[in-house]
Design a protein around this ligand. Structure first.
Ligand code: UDP
Length: 239
């Protein structure tokens, strides 16, 4: 955990679905708006690291259904995340925000390799660090990577920006009108009731290492800046 006197350092997880606006490829308007909101938070002194998903391009599990070997499909999924990283990097830089992309699969022309101590230095200098290519390992998810990176570079919480929902509910709010949103939720309940936070591997890593997760809606204007700055949006999942 961080020293309370030091600046707030957080890890923002953006799913590929958010980048694609529900389609394959990149929805430029969405990425632009998210970038602007990130810059506002950084300007107020928050240190922001980001893990980007890739579901708008490929998911290994889906490719394996279509007949591609699972591991190879997973590598395709990881490469997809890097395109999202570069798009986000571009809009951040256009807004005057210094950024570094670090990837778990080495690709020197487009990004630095993942070097945790260097990532921390970038954050201390006010740069946004974007982590791409997941963990570099098949059978993992970018959700798990977001918890692992947050732990390794000492973030105070993981902020899960969701599409189409603004927190964790007792049931799918788009299907059941009676569904209620949790303000607080324990790791254990989220796991046992299989609530829509993140996959079980990611959630149990958060539980075992006491990493709080805030699930919030990406869509509302100002939500990303608010969540980064510590506004109590959505649902806090904790011990
Ligand atoms: N992936 C992987 N290892 C990782 C992270 C991701 O193999 O450490 C692959 C996996 O196939 C996954 C895809 O990359 O489906 C895209 O990542 P993810 O599904 O986590 O993205 P999101 O759902 O956040 O868009």
């Amino acid at each position: 955990a961080q020293n309370p006197a030091s600046p707030r350092r957080v890890l923002l997880k953006l799913s590929g679905e958010a980048f694609g606006g529900g389609e394959v490829g990149i929805d430029v308007q969405v990425v632009k708006r998210v970038a602007k909101e990130i810059v506002q938070a950084v300007q107020s002194g928050v240190q922001v690291a980001i893990v980007v998903g890739g579901g708008n391009f490929f998911r290994g599990a889906e490719l394996s259904q279509a007949g591609i070997e699972r591991s190879r499909g997973d590598y395709m999924g990881m490469l997809g995340t890097v395109m999202n990283c570069l798009a986000l990097q571009d809009f951040l830089e256009q807004d005057g925000q210094a950024t570094r992309v670090q990837t778990a699969i080495t690709m020197g022309q487009v990004a630095e390799p993942y070097i945790p101590l260097k990532a921390i230095r970038h954050l201390e200098k006010g740069r946004v660090v974007i982590f791409g290519a997941g963990s570099g390992m098949p059978y993992f998810s970018t959700d798990t990577v977001s918890i692992q990176r947050a732990l390794e570079i000492h973030c105070v919480e993981v902020l899960m920006g969701k599409n189409g929902v603004d927190g964790v509910y007792t049931a799918d709010p788009n299907k059941q009108a009676s569904a209620r949103m949790f303000t607080n939720l324990s790791y254990q309940r989220a796991l046992v009731d299989n609530l829509a936070v993140m996959d079980a591997a990611a959630l149990s890593m958060a539980r075992d290492n006491d990493m709080p997760i805030r699930v919030f809606g990406l869509e509302g204007e100002g939500n990303v800046t608010g969540a980064l700055k510590g506004q109590r949006l959505g649902t806090l999942v904790h011990g």
